[in-house]
Design a binder for this molecule. Structure first.
Ligand code: AMP
Length: 502
């Protein structure tokens, strides 16, 4: 989901839109609205700017969709009992949105809902379409009137103009025209539908809730969610990952699948393991916590250094710092304490506020740091703002040496598939080598895990040979597995853009 306001949008804009999101859907559950609020709460880390739920209820002859959306956290937007009472029904979809550019507008908040010839339809999208601007231009020329500036609205118009008759065929028709990364939850009065893009860049999983004992013949409730942590909170059991390119259709008959895009090797986003997903989630069969710890072990093997204490940058650096400590034998201590009552640093739009944000968020635990040689472990360096502030803070707390170890390779390229990274001009690693970066952040030494080291730690998904890439790692390599149609079109008009953006 990307903001297209002030199009052409994209990395060449001064402030690149951010498009991280979480999605949730449920079918055949009592209190589907409340269950969705719980699921979205567990997915809060995937988007904190805005949230929305659309439910569907049938009351006698009356079948209706109900919507509530708001800016802010799930707990705030859905705290009022009257609001929850306005979301009746046994089916629902929900969405958490993370975006910081001009468009903090309620009309951009998802799920998007529209009335069609066949009835109502709500769509929640996690990911980013790379041909949304050109599609939107063509649709506007055809007379489509857009209500929002989010790229996800193209799904609504493509479904509306499709000549097919049923929802699934119309959706498939729409999906064949979009390019990009997307995991979708779609709710119609007939079914809950889940979709993962052909390369499976963004996650989507299927869960199931069996009805309470004493109702042996009752049909189960089905859940779709970005991550497994959203299943635990609603008491659902994990069934499986939705496969890349798969469309699952859930209704009272059960779950059926179609795969209209053929069979292409998956390219799941490796950054979900490094930073984005919650540590208690399991993605593609592999626990995120375990993955991060193993990355820390590999980081220590590749980049050892003598020190007295390993200190994670909380929270994202914690599991890999534990792995680093296990592999190096150097004690692990919480030398930085995080205040959990402030949002992520990235939420604040200006550099000035961002700097302030880091100070609000972390403080040094002097007793664990003073007089010690400290190894700081964090998951990534993007602009370098966090690392610079943290190194300064640790030194001010009396550390005798400060070494920084990063559990991802240098972030040298922008993401166009749904992770918030700024354009290349603002990426520290795109403009400096490691030694220069160490100087800029004020560390005595700096080292990143290598790409090979990262893949040694993650291992290879079952059945995949080493010759075929199996993750999307464009942010580290610049190898983009899905074409960047809008960017390429715009850079034909302004050739310098391409080099700047990538
Ligand atoms: P920076 O301060 O710009 O170098 O950002 C790096 C810090 O932001 C690290 O501590 C990461 O944990 C965190 N981070 C990395 N990627 C993202 C992202 N896409 N969204 C929010 N925070 C991030």
């Amino acid at each position: 989901m990307t903001d297209l306001s002030g199009a052409p949008s994209g990395p060449y804009d001064d402030d690149k839109p951010h498009e991280e999101c979480g999605v949730f859907g449920i079918w055949n559950a009592q209190d589907a609205g409340a269950m969705t609020a719980l699921g979205l709460h567990a997915l809060q880390h995937r988007g904190q700017e805005a949230t929305g739920i659309v439910t569907f209820s049938v009351d006698g002859p009356e079948a209706r969709f109900h919507t509530h959306k708001g800016l802010g956290l799930v707990g705030d937007v859905f705290s009022d009992a009257r609001i929850m009472a306005g979301l009746p029904g046994t089916a629902a979809v929900g969405h958490n949105r993370y975006a910081t550019t001009g468009a903090t507008l309620l009309r951009n908040v998802q799920p998007l809902y529209a009335e069609f010839e066949f009835g109502g339809l709500a769509v929640g999208h996690n990911g980013n379409l790379t041909n949304a601007t050109s599609l939107r231009r063509a649709l506007v020329r055809r007379g489509c009137i857009f209500q929002s500036t989010t790229d996800s609205e193209v799904f609504i118009h493509l479904i509306a103009i499709s000549l097919y008759s049923n929802v699934v065929d119309r959706l498939t028709d729409a999906l064949k025209q979009v390019v990009g990364a997307y995991s979708l939850v779609v709710l119609s009065q007939e079914s809950l539908i889940g979709v993962r893009d052909p390369l499976g860049v963004r996650p989507l999983i299927l869960g199931r809730i069996d009805q309470p004992e004493g109702q042996p013949n009752a049909k189960p409730a089905w859940v779709l969610a970005s991550e497994t942590c959203a299943l635990d909170i609603v008491g659902a059991e994990f069934v499986r990952d939705i496969e890349p390119g798969e469309i699952v259709i859930i209704n009272d008959e059960g779950v059926r699948s179609i795969r209209p895009f053929g069979d292409r090797p998956a390219r799941f986003c490796v950054f979900e393991y490094i930073y984005f997903a919650r540590p208690d989630s399991v993605l593609d069969g592999y626990g995120v916590y375990e993955a991060r710890k193993r990355i820390g072990v590999e980081l220590a093997r590749e980049n050892p250094i003598e020190a007295d204490v390993i200190v994670p940058v909380p929270d994202s650096g914690v599991p890999s710092a534990m792995g680093y400590s296990v592999a190096s034998g150097i004690p692990f201590e919480l030398g930085i304490i995080r205040n959990h009552y402030v949002g992520r640093t990235f939420i604040e739009p200006t550099d000035q506020i961002r700097n302030l944000g880091v100070k609000l968020k972390h403080s040094a635990n002097r007793a664990m740091i003073a007089g010690k040689r400290v190894i700081l472990v964090d998951d990534s360096i993007v602009r370098g703002t966090t690392s610079r502030k943290i190194v300064e803070m640790v030194r001010a707390a009396g550390a005798s040496e400060v070494h920084m170890r990063i559990s991802s390779p240098p972030t040298t390229h922008s993401c166009f598939y749904g992770i918030d990274t700024p354009e290349r001009g603002k990426l520290l690693a795109a403009n400096h080598d490691t030694e220069e970066m160490a100087q800029l952040i004020g560390a005595d030494s700096l080292a990143f895990i290598s790409l090979d080291g990262l893949y040694r730690a993650l291992g290879r998904p079952e059945g995949r040979d080493t010759a075929t890439p199996f993750y999307c790692d464009a942010c580290f390599t610049g190898e983009y597995p899905i074409s960047l149609t809008d960017l390429d079109e715009n850079s034909r008009a302004r050739p310098s853009l391409l080099a700047e953006a990538r």
